[in-house]
Design a protein around this ligand. Structure first.
Ligand code: UD1
Length: 421
């Protein structure tokens, strides 16, 4: 078991490079199951979830080679060796459900555990199943398992009740090999959806409209291999943006797509941080002027404020002047960090889906425990500014989605170390 020990740090200064996107890498890796040809995926972040996805793909017959020093994974799935998802790996991460569409399309059947709830909410998969059933899959559920089969999927019109990211991805992947045309309406429009479509098209699929709420897919008979570079991680970038503002630092964040960061930049500006695009167009500078100010936040599907940045912003607003209201509309239980932030001296009250944050002047370091990935990031951020020492347990949650976060923060002057307990 490892933990982070953080000592109150000076304002962060310098340059940090953001890694490739976790939430783009995971579906793209799942999509490699669609083709027997070799795919080379570049700018893959070195994360626990990526490692789990690599092992998971191997159980279906994938031959993988992860060159960590080059951030590159080569995957070849000549033959699907198994269509049964192994329970422990399938349950270790939500994204494991994303192999359902590809396996169904390529191997005509799949048996996969229903993902359970997780710390942040129940997270059902009804929209995934509805979409795959519309494509012709015969789906049954028994003893916590989902069984699906279909000789060859056929295109269909699918209207999602909610623009679910995972459901849009699963349906898109299944539809690329279906007979005829599929239209997904009310689809998710997150940048990671656009990236998945980019990869699918790079290996011969015909996907149009990704990034709008209507995606049109003309099924093809087979896919080839190819090389693809993953987009930068907008949530990692956003986390460093908050770190810069919260510590009153001045940080240049490289390898970003400024457009993907608009909702986060807008709220940082409201909170009194300066957010400027640097000359290259892909570099942004964050300089704080004066005390942080209150801001209200409501999480929404893209391009609204991302739920994956809610916890980190709460760390920032906990120290802002005035009262901020944070409303979480995507997940029903995503305030797990509140209790721990309160132990550090924050003044936060939860009322239904909102957190009322009364800004305080300072936080105090103590021993805290992380319950999920972004809650962990929030605790790191608070630890940077809290008086004294903050000890964070259960940091494997953080390793799921942040690549070498302590090294990157240390590069900016943060006092953070990883220790074995
Ligand atoms: C993805 C991201 C996650 C992010 C989330 C929302 C990955 C690996 N994870 O998760 O980091 O927080 O998008 O931006 O990309 N829902 C249903 N039925 C379904 C599917 C979803 O009710 O069939 C609900 C969920 O329980 C949740 C909401 O819809 O409350 C959003 O879920 P979804 O957009 O599917 O998120 P994920 O793909 O799980």
């Amino acid at each position: 078991m490892e933990k982070f020990i953080i000592t109150q740090s000076p304002p962060l200064k310098g340059t940090v490079r953001v890694s490739g996107s976790k939430n783009a890498a995971l579906p793209i890796l799942a999509a490699t199951l669609l083709t027997e040809a070799q795919c080379v995926i570049k700018d893959v972040p070195e994360l626990l979830d990526v490692q789990r996805m690599e092992e998971y793909l191997q159980t279906f017959g994938a031959d993988t080679q992860w060159q960590r020093e080059k951030n590159k994974i080569t995957v070849g799935v000549k033959k699907i060796a198994s269509t049964e998802a192994p329970y422990p790996l399938a349950c270790s991460m939500r994204a494991s459900f994303l192999v359902m569409g590809p396996l169904l399309a390529r191997a005509a059947r799949v048996k996969i555990p229903l993902p359970g709830g997780c710390a942040i909410g129940a997270r059902p998969v009804d929209q995934h199943l509805k979409g795959l059933a519309a494509l012709g899959a015969e789906i049954t559920q028994e003893h916590g398992m989902v069984y699906a089969k279909a000789k060859r999927l056929r295109g269909a019109n699918i209207y999602l009740d909610f623009p679910s990211v995972g459901a849009t991805e699963n349906i898109m992947m299944a539809a690329v090999l279906a007979r005829g045309r599929t239209i997904i309406e009310n689809s998710a429009i997150e940048p990671e959806i656009v990236d998945l479509a980019g990869f699918l098209n790079a290996i011969g699929a015909d996907v149009r409209g990704a990034g709008t709420d209507t995606i049109r897919i003309n099924g093809v008979r087979g896919l080839r291999g190819g090389e693809y570079t993953i987009i930068p991680d907008r949530i990692e970038a956003g986390t460093f943006m908050v770190a810069a503002a919260l510590t009153r630092g001045d940080v240049l964040i490289e390898n970003i797509v400024a457009d993907h960061l608009k909702p986060v930049a807008a709220k940082l500006k409201e909170a009194n941080a300066a957010v400027e695009e640097a000359e290259t167009g892909l570099q942004v500078r964050y300089v704080l002027r004066g005390r942080l100010k209150r801001a209200d936040i409501k999480t929404l599907p893209y391009p609204g404020f991302p739920t994956d940045m809610q916890a980190q912003f709460m760390s920032l607003l906990a120290l802002a002047e005035g009262t901020s209201i944070i409303t979480e509309t995507i997940f029903e239980n995503r305030f797990m960090h509140v209790g721990e932030l309160k132990r550090m001296g924050a003044n936060i009250k939860i009322e239904s889906r909102s957190a009322i944050v009364e800004g305080v002047e300072k936080l105090a370091g103590t021993q805290v425990r992380t319950t999920d990935l972004r809650a962990g990031a929030a605790l790191i951020l608070s630890g940077l500014i809290a008086e004294g020492e903050t000890e964070i347990d259960d940091i494997y949650h953080i390793d799921r989605g942040y690549c070498k976060i302590e090294e990157k923060l240390r590069g900016l002057g943060a006092k953070i170390k990883r220790v074995s307990s």
